[in-house]
Structures are given as structure tokens and as C-alpha cells.
Design a binder for this molecule. Sequence first.
Ligand code: COA
Length: 155
Amino acid sequence: MRVERLGVGDPRLREAADLIVTVYDGLHRDDGLDSPSRLLDEDGLRRRLRDATGHVVIRDGAVVGFALTRPSRDVPGASYLGTVAVAPAARGIGLASALVDAAIAHARAEGYAAIALDTFDGPGGAEGYFGRFGFRRRWSRDGTVCMVKELIADG
Ligand SMILES: CC(C)(COP(=O)(O)OP(=O)(O)OC[C@H]1O[C@@H](n2cnc3c(N)ncnc32)[C@H](O)[C@@H]1OP(=O)(O)O)[C@@H](O)C(=O)NCCC(=O)NCCS
């Protein structure tokens, strides 16, 4: 398993978009949650990566995990971690953890004071998951929780 960057010209863009759609469409079916990621295609992902850095987990030559980081639009001075997705068959073995660690390291390296994310509020959401990494609830509205992890204070 390795975490790599995914740029706008990467031939694995389509594979990553398919993974994202599978994961977020599954959330829709299982938990009734909706997200624009459910309808993402290769071009949509390419557009998303124009102002973001893509991170993928590669296992046995296949893209099995994805996350992006970009400047936060809601939390001043923070990076933003979004579109976290791990293939259903590859869950529970630390792949999302590797992506979160890579995103935090990337944000630190870029000099951000904090990193923020959004997750669904309540069942189907991942607040408990991201709490493990030190993300804390900042606010909640319209079914979305914003969580923030400070990067300066904890070194
Ligand atoms: C949430 C998600 C990224 C975790 O991926 P993963 O690679 O299985 O995660 P890891 O292997 O690093 O961690 C697994 C642990 O997290 C826990 N976990 C997984 N999803 C969780 C959730 N939604 N809430 C709380 N804990 C969760 C597992 O029970 C497991 O616990 P354990 O270590 O005690 O056994 C993956 O389930 C996923 O893609 N979900 C759908 C998309 C999503 O919710 N994205 C988050 C942004 S809204």
C-alpha cells in the first residue's frame, strides 16, 4: 500500500472518480445521505483538482482510496480535507488513516495553522472517526458538521 499524489493529468483520474462515485452512491443507498460526489465523473474530478491536491492509496496496482486537500473556504487560515473515500472491500485496515495522515502532513508542510473537514451529522457520518485524529466539532448546520484540528499547538 502506498499514498501518492493525483494530478489533473494523471491517467488514474477516471479510476479515482469511479471509486468516489461507488463510495458516495453507497452512502446514499445505505444511509440516505447525499453529496455532489455521488455524481462525479472524470472531468468533474479534474475540475475539483484545479485548486486542490489529490491523494490516492494504491494497493495491488489499483486505486482503493482517495482524499483531497485545498484551502478551506469556511475556516480562515486552514487547509481543508475532503472527499475521503475508501473502497468498501479495502476498509478496516488503516487506508483512510494513511490518507488523513498524508493530508495533515501536507497541510503542515504548506504552513497551515489548522485543517478542517465536513462530515455528515449523525448516523452515516464520520465524526467519531475523525475525532480519533484530533479533529473537533466547530459548528453544525443543515446536516453537516465542520470539524477542525489545530496544527500549531500540538506540534
Ligand atoms: C470512513 C472511511 C473513510 C474509513 O475508511 P477505512 O480505511 O475503513 O478506515 P481505517 O481503516 O483507517 O479505520 C477503521 C476504523 O474506523 C472505524 N470507522 C469507519 N467508519 C467510521 C465512521 N463513519 N464513524 C466512526 N468510526 C468509523 C471502523 O469501525 C474501524 O474501527 P476500529 O479501528 O476500531 O476497528 C470509509 O468507511 C468510507 O469511505 N466511508 C464512506 C465515505 C465517508 O464516510 N467519508 C467521510 C467523509 S463524509
